[in-house]
Design a protein around this ligand. Structure first.
Ligand code: ES4
Ligand code: ZN
Length: 377
């Protein structure tokens, strides 16, 4: 059971000054050594929490706006980047993020977005990615589901052909929209089910609990899709949302989930269900307990939780893709090389792939670790 006090505390955190993007906490500590940076760069990695629309870099946004005849309220890439400074919580982030998605209009746009991301990911030794996309956002911009899925899957296919990077798609529902809208979106997606590995729940968490989507998630599971839910950091009612995600929606994984560490009951619930957490230290790496910042990754590791490191929306988070995310987390959470390997291992273990594919990636990881760990001691 979650105590009244914990629930009250989560409500206070949700509405207080503790933000989803605690910029001031990111800068501390000395840079990792060159050796450590090289180790992280070469480490075979999987990315499990990545919004493909969150990889839309300012220069690509400008280029697509121009070719689609749209005017952006910025004169330059620099001015657009500067506008990201207004991001201070989930809601202000979502405003900026949805403003960006409006430039994506054609199949070619979705294709180029995906291909550019996969090129970057492959250059960082990411072997496998599970990418979120938000079809309802595109459909309310007047784009057909088919246009979105065709562009994304063509990008995935070419990414695999060109750079050998494997990827799968997770379709997210926007939680501020109705459960009916989510169900209609699921139905629109079913003819393309072979291109989806799972469904997720993202966007505005405030007063949009997982329970609202019980029927949609049940249907998705019956269709053989995996399910995951964003439990963003320090949101109103977050402990209750985590509990519902596990007990009602029967998630296969939790996205973010940083507030699990506030409650021994939630830690036990997550462990008992064998769940992995896709933490994004750039956006959900610092929880607040008794008014003090708490390092989520370090605390989860120490608690024996299955944590993975992910990048979320890199184009909006100082251009921090997975490599930069690992490097920043290493210094911030004081991660040893052995811990970095086990974080990378967790991501492959948590991946929604066949045992055969998993074993192939893990062999690569083990070979790398055997070569490097003696040098890193
Ligand atoms: C998101 Cl960080 C985050 N949280 C919720 N919804 C999202 N959509 C894209 N990024
Ligand atoms: Zn996310």
């Amino acid at each position: 059971m979650i105590t009244r006090r914990a629930l009250l505390k989560s409500a206070l955190i949700g509405s207080g000054s503790a933000s989803l993007f605690p910029r001031t906490l990111l800068a501390a500590a000395a840079s990792p050594t060159h050796l450590m940076q090289a180790f992280i760069q070469g480490l075979p990695k999987a990315e499990l929490h990545l919004h493909i629309e969150g990889t839309l870099e300012p220069d690509m946004k400008f280029r697509m706006a121009k070719r689609n005849g749209l005017r952006l309220p910025y004169r330059s890439v620099e001015e657009m980047r500067a506008s990201y400074q207004r991001i201070h919580d989930l809601q202000s982030f979502l405003e900026v993020y949805y403003e960006g998605t409006a430039v994506l209009k054609t199949e070619q746009d979705f294709y180029e977005l995906t291909l550019a991301y996969l090129k970057k990911a492959a250059s960082q030794n990411i072997l496998y990615v599970e990418m979120f996309f938000d079809p309802q956002q595109h459909m309310r911009n007047g784009i057909a589901f088919e246009t979105v899925i065709k562009g994304l899957t063509r990008g995935q296919k070419d990414g695999q052909k060109l750079w050998g990077i494997d990827s799968q798609l997770i379709m997210c529902f926007l939680r501020e929209l109705t459960a009916d809208s989510a169900m209609q979106t699921l139905e629109a997606a079913l003819p393309y089910k072979e291109y989806l590995v799972g469904v997720g729940l993202d966007s505005d968490e405030k007063d949009n609990p997982p329970n609202k989507f019980s029927a949609v998630f049940k249907r998705a599971r019956e269709e053989g899709l995996r399910v995951t839910v964003h439990c963003d950091l320090n949101q109103k009612d977050i402990h209750e949302h985590i509990r519902q995600a596990v007990e009602q929606l029967q998630v296969d994984r939790i996205d973010h989930g940083g507030n699990v560490i506030d409650s021994p009951e939630l830690i036990k619930l997550v462990k008992d269900n064998g769940l992995y957490l896709t933490v994004c230290p750039g956006s959900s790496g610092t929880s607040i307990q008794d008014g003090k910042p708490v390092d989520v990754v370090r605390t989860m590791l120490n608690a024996g939780l299955n944590v993975t490191l992910n990048s979320d929306d890199p184009a909006y988070m100082s251009g921090n893709y997975l490599n930069e995310t690992f490097i920043n987390a290493q210094k911030r959470s004081q991660l040893s090389a052995v811990e970095l390997v086990s974080l990378a291992r967790n991501a492959f273990e948590a991946s929604w792939i066949s045992d055969h594919q998993k074993a192939r990636y893990l062999t690569k990881l083990d070979t790398y670790a055997n070569q490097w760990l003696p040098k890193m001691a």
